[in-house]
Ligand binder design. Structure first.
Ligand SMILES: NC(=O)c1ccc[n+]([C@@H]2O[C@H](COP(=O)([O-])OP(=O)(O)OC[C@H]3O[C@@H](n4cnc5c(N)ncnc54)[C@H](OP(=O)(O)O)[C@@H]3O)[C@@H](O)[C@H]2O)c1
Length: 286
C-alpha cells in the first residue's frame, strides 16, 4: 500500500475503508451486523489498515461493529479515524463523545479525531480546547476537521496548540467544487490548494459518489477499457494521483473491497489525469 505523510511520525495509506451505512446510516440498523463485521475483518485481512467512522454513523452502532471486528487484532497496525458530531462541539460534550467512541471501538485511543462539520452556534475556540485536551490525555493522537472551509480551518488552527492535520471533504470527479448538499463548497478552487500548501491531508470521502460515477460516461468508459481497470478504480486512482489526497471508499462486498484496493499501485498518465480534470461529470447538485 502507498502512504502519504500526515506527520513525521504518522503515515496514512492512500486508501482506507469507509463505514457509513454499516450498522445503519443516521439510525441504528442491526439487520446486517454479521455481514458488516465480516466485511471489516475481510478488509483488514486483505490489507486495509485505515478505518474511517463517526459517532453519528448508525447512531453509534457502526463504531460498535468496528470494535467487535478489531478487538482481537493488533491495534498498533490499524489507524482509526472517528468524528465528533456538530451538535456535540461544546467542551464537555467533545470529551464525552470521544470517551463514548473509545468504549464502542473497544480501544484506548483514536488515531485521528475529526470535527465532523462546523457549527457556527458553538464557539470553535471551546471545541479546539477540548480537542487539545484529548491529545494531552493521549485519548487521541492527531486532530483534524471535516467539511471545513479555508477560513474555518484557519480559525480552528488559531485556537489549537496542535496542528490540524486533515480535512475530510466530499471531493470526487463529480462534486469538484460543490458538495450536492451545499455543505462543502470551493473544494477545488480553495480548500484543496490551501491544504496542499499547508501540509494538511485531504481525505476525499464518497470517492465514487455512492455509485453515481459507475453510471455510463464516455470518458470513464474509454479509460476503463484503455487501462483494463473498472470505473471505480479509475475514479479512485484519479483522486490519489493528487498531492495530499487520500480516500476511503465504503464497501461490505469482498469483491468491491478487493477491486478498490487494486486502485492503488499503478498510475493514470499525466494526459489522462488532465483529461479527467477537464471532463464535466454529472453532479447531483447540477
Ligand atoms: N465527513 C463526512 O461528512 C462524510 C460524508 C460522507 C461519507 N463519509 C465517509 O466516506 C466514506 C465513503 O463514502 P460513501 O460510503 O458515502 O460513498 P462511496 O464510498 O462513494 O460509495 C459507497 C457505495 O458504493 C458501493 N461500492 C463501493 N465500491 C464499489 C465498487 N468497486 N463497485 C461498485 N460499487 C461499489 C458500495 O456498495 P457495496 O457496499 O455493496 O460495495 C456503497 O453503496 C463513508 O463510508 C464515510 O466513512 C464522510
Amino acid at each position: 500500500m502507498e502512504f502519504k505523510l500526515l506527520d513525521k511520525d504518522f503515515k496514512i495509506p492512500v486508501l482506507g475503508l469507509g463505514t457509513w451505512g454499516m450498522g445503519g446510516f443516521m439510525e441504528t440498523d442491526s439487520s446486517s451486523d454479521e455481514e458488516s463485521i465480516r466485511a471489516i475483518k475481510d478488509a483488514i485481512n486483505i490489507g486495509y489498515t485505515h478505518i474511517d467512522t463517526a459517532e453519528v454513523y448508525g447512531a453509534g452502532h457502526t463504531e460498535e461493529l468496528i470494535g467487535k471486528a478489531i478487538k482481537d487484532l493488533d491495534r498498533s497496525k490499524l489507524i482509526i479515524t472517528s468524528k465528533v458530531f456538530k451538535t456535540n462541539l461544546k467542551y464537555d460534550d467533545v470529551i464525552t463523545s470521544c470517551k463514548k467512541s473509545l468504549e464502542k471501538l473497544q480501544t484506548n485511543y483514536i488515531d485521528l479525531y475529526l470535527i465532523h462539520a462546523p457549527n457556527p452556534k458553538i464557539s470553535l475556540e471551546e471545541t479546539m480546547k477540548a480537542m487539545d485536551y484529548l491529545i494531552e490525555q493521549k485519548l487521541v493522537r492527531f486532530i483534524g476537521v471535516s467539511n471545513f472551509s479555508v477560513n474555518e480551518m484557519k480559525e480552528a488552527q488559531r485556537y489549537s496548540k496542535n496542528k490540524i492535520i486533515a480535512n475530510q471533504i466530499p471531493y470526487n470527479l463529480a462534486t469538484r467544487n460543490n458538495d450536492y448538499k451545499g455543505n462543502c463548497t470551493n473544494m477545488e478552487s480553495e480548500i484543496i490548494p490551501y491544504c496542499q500548501e499547508n501540509d494538511i491531508i485531504i481525505i476525499a470521502c464518497r470517492p465514487i459518489e455512492r455509485g453515481l460515477l459507475l453510471e455510463p460516461n464516455p470518458v470513464l468508459d474509454e479509460l476503463s477499457k484503455k487501462y483494463n481497470k473498472t470505473k471505480a478504480q479509475i475514479a479512485i486512482n484519479w483522486l490519489i494521483s493528487k498531492k495530499g489526497i487520500i480516500t476511503i471508499p465504503k464497501s461490505t462486498n469482498i469483491e468491491h473491497l478487493k477491486e478498490n484496493l487494486c486502485s492503488v499501485g499503478w498510475n493514470l498518465s499525466i494526459e489522462d489525469i488532465k483529461l479527467l480534470d477537464e471532463t464535466k461529470f454529472e453532479n447531483p447538485s447540477s
